[in-house]
Design a protein around this ligand. Structure first.
Ligand code: C2E
Ligand code: CA
Ligand code: CA
Ligand code: CA
Length: 278
């Protein structure tokens, strides 16, 4: 046992070291990226299933680093969280996206909603609420157009503070969405304890919707959300069969490659018009 323990150390230590270096390098590069305009946003349309109209967009962060190439958000968001950069990144996302939305809806001649992803760690403190109010005001959009997507984890981890924060956010008129619903956490009680307006069904259920088990989960989420007076959106919709199923079950909104991937702000008017015509 001792020998294999030593082997294990020899085996793992260099790898851990490499991962650590990797993360440090990533962290340093990201810090620089935030100051040097290497980050951008794409916007993925959200479609009203009943009417086929584009009703909103979700802002998704992108990073192309001159030295590291394109780094996916699943990699750099955790680095920003651990490195104390998430507040700066989050504020940048918010103000950039609100400004882009104002512009696109002017081109379209009609309002759209904007969903932004918010890390649990961004929610700490009043400064963030003020930042949201300021971004909305500066861009000249309505608070009711903004949706904040949070993950279930946040609702499990924290209590008093989070409820108070979400309540204030909601009293501004902002919509609270639970992202990745159904993934990883089993307590449903928080749905009534927290001020939640909308549930986003995790794409893992949508993508396996043709299996009886996943279909049952999707059905249950839709029924439950509606019983609680919440809107339901399904993410990761890729096929007409998935769309058909969700439509039959009364899902309110959809988002996924079947409609469009995230696109730069400059393409959003065209993409939105094309989708709404279909
Ligand atoms: P998410 O919020 O669940 O975003 C949905 C992800 O699914 C996006 O990946 C999107 O590009 C991808 N997607 C959309 N439609 C489809 C589809 O039909 N099929 C498949 N397979 N995937 C689809 P992306 O852009 O790589 O973002 C990954 C995650 O990174 C996001 O997951 C979100 O948790 C996080 N993220 C992205 N931007 C931000 C941000 O500005 N702030 C924070 N805090 N997190 C962000
Ligand atoms: Ca999201
Ligand atoms: Ca999601
Ligand atoms: Ca996610």
């Amino acid at each position: 046992a001792k020998a294999s323990g030593r082997n294990a150390i020899r085996w793992f230590a260099p790898r851990m070291l490499a991962e650590n270096n990797d993360r440090l390098a990533l962290s340093a590069a990201l810090r620089q990226a935030l100051d040097q305009d290497e980050l951008s946003l794409v916007y993925q349309p959200q479609v009203d299933l009943a009417t086929g109209e584009v009703v909103g967009v979700e802002a998704l962060a992108r990073w192309t680093s001159p030295s590291l190439g394109s780094v996916p958000p699943d990699r750099f968001i955790p680095v920003a969280e651990d490195g104390g950069m998430i507040a700066q990144l989050g504020d940048w996302v918010l103000s950039t996206a609100c400004t882009a939305l104002a512009r696109v809806q002017e081109q379209l001649g009609r309002p759209l909603r904007l969903a932004v992803n918010v890390s649990p760690r961004q929610l700490r403190g009043r400064a963030w609420l003020e930042e949201i109010a300021a971004a909305i005001e500066t861009a000249g959009i309505e608070p009711s157009q903004l949706e904040v997507e949070i993950t279930e984890g946040l609702l499990i981890e924290d209590h008093g503070d989070v409820v108070a924060m979400l309540e204030s956010l909601r009293s501004l008129g902002v919509t609270i969405v639970v992202d990745d619903f159904g993934r990883g956490y089993s307590s449903l009680a928080y749905l009534t304890r927290f001020p939640i307006d909308k549930i986003k069904i995790d794409r893992s259920f949508v993508q396996e919707i043709s299996t009886a088990e996943n279909a049952a989960i999707v059905d249950a989420i839709i029924v439950m959300a509606h019983a609680l007076d919440m809107t339901v959106v399904a993410e990761g919709v890729e096929t007409a069969a998935q769309e058909r199923y969700l439509l039959d079950r009364g899902c309110d909104e959809v988002q996924g490659y079947l409609y469009s991937p995230g696109v730069p702000a400059g393409s959003l008017e065209m993409v939105t018009r094309a989708l709404s015509r279909q």
